[in-house]
Design a protein around this ligand. Structure first.
Ligand SMILES: [Zn+2]
Length: 203
C-alpha cells in the first residue's frame, strides 16, 4: 500500500470568532468591507497564522458577508492556503457549489488587501465572482514585505474584465500599506516572525 495522505485541512483560526464579534453580517459600504479585511490581515500575522493578508466574499449589492479568509500557510502547512483561496473555498462551501456566479445567485465580489498573487489570480478567475476589489496593486507589497507574488502580466485587470469580473482599485490603499509596514518592522526586529516564501523564485 502506498503511504499517502488522502485529505488536507485548511480552516480559519480560532481568533476569527473573537475578531468578528460585533461585526454586522451586512456591510453595505465597500470601505467597511475593506476595513474588515485590513483588520483581519493585521491580526493574522500577529497571531502567527501566516502573512499579512486577508480577504472576504460579499454579495456585491447588499454587502452581506458570505465568508472571510486569512492566510493560514504557517498553521495549515499548506502553501496554497492564501487568504483569497480560503475565502473563496469557504464561500463555495457555504453556498453549496463551485460557482459563485451560478444560476439564481446574487453577484459576489472578492475583497482583498492587495492585488492577488499569481496563484490567487487563477483561483479568483475560476471562482465565479463578478467583482474583485483590491486595496492596491503595484510593487509596494513585494518591496515592503519581501513576499514573491509571482509573474503576473501587466494586463491582469483587463483579463478579469474580459471575463466579466469588474476590478475596483485603490480602496483604502494607505491602510493596506500600514499593515504591511507594521509586519515588516516586526520581521526586522522580532524573533519568530516568518516570511515563509523568502526563498522567492530563486530556488
Ligand atoms: Zn495568493
Amino acid at each position: 500500500m502506498i503511504d499517502i495522505a488522502r485529505e488536507y485541512h485548511v480552516a480559519l483560526p480560532a481568533w476569527i470568532d473573537d475578531e468578528l464579534a460585533g461585526t454586522p453580517g451586512v456591510l453595505p459600504d465597500r470601505d467597511d468591507r475593506m476595513r474588515l479585511v485590513h483588520r483581519l490581515a493585521d491580526r493574522n500575522w500577529r497571531e502567527g497564522d501566516g502573512g499579512p493578508f486577508a480577504a472576504l466574499v460579499a454579495e456585491r449589492e447588499s454587502g452581506r458577508i458570505v465568508s472571510v479568509g486569512v492566510n493560514v500557510v504557517l498553521t495549515s502547512g499548506v502553501s496554497s492556503a492564501h487568504a483569497e483561496v480560503v475565502a473563496l473555498g469557504l464561500a463555495q462551501t457555504a453556498l453549496g457549489g463551485w460557482d459563485l456566479g451560478g444560476e439564481g445567485l446574487p453577484d459576489h465580489e472578492l475583497v482583498v488587501n492587495w492585488r492577488p498573487c499569481v496563484q490567487c489570480y487563477g483561483a479568483t478567475m475560476w471562482s465565479g465572482v463578478r467583482g474583485l476589489v483590491v486595496a492596491g496593486e503595484g510593487p509596494e507589497l513585494e518591496e515592503i514585505t519581501t513576499f514573491d507574488e509571482g509573474p503576473l502580466g501587466a494586463d491582469w485587470a483587463e483579463q478579469f474584465e474580459a471575463r466579466g469580473i469588474d476590478v475596483v482599485h485603490d480602496v483604502l490603499r494607505d491602510e493596506a500599506l500600514a499593515v504591511f509596514r507594521a509586519y515588516r518592522k516586526a520581521v526586522d526586529t522580532e524573533d519568530g516572525v516568518v516570511v515563509y516564501n523568502a526563498r522567492g523564485g530563486s530556488a
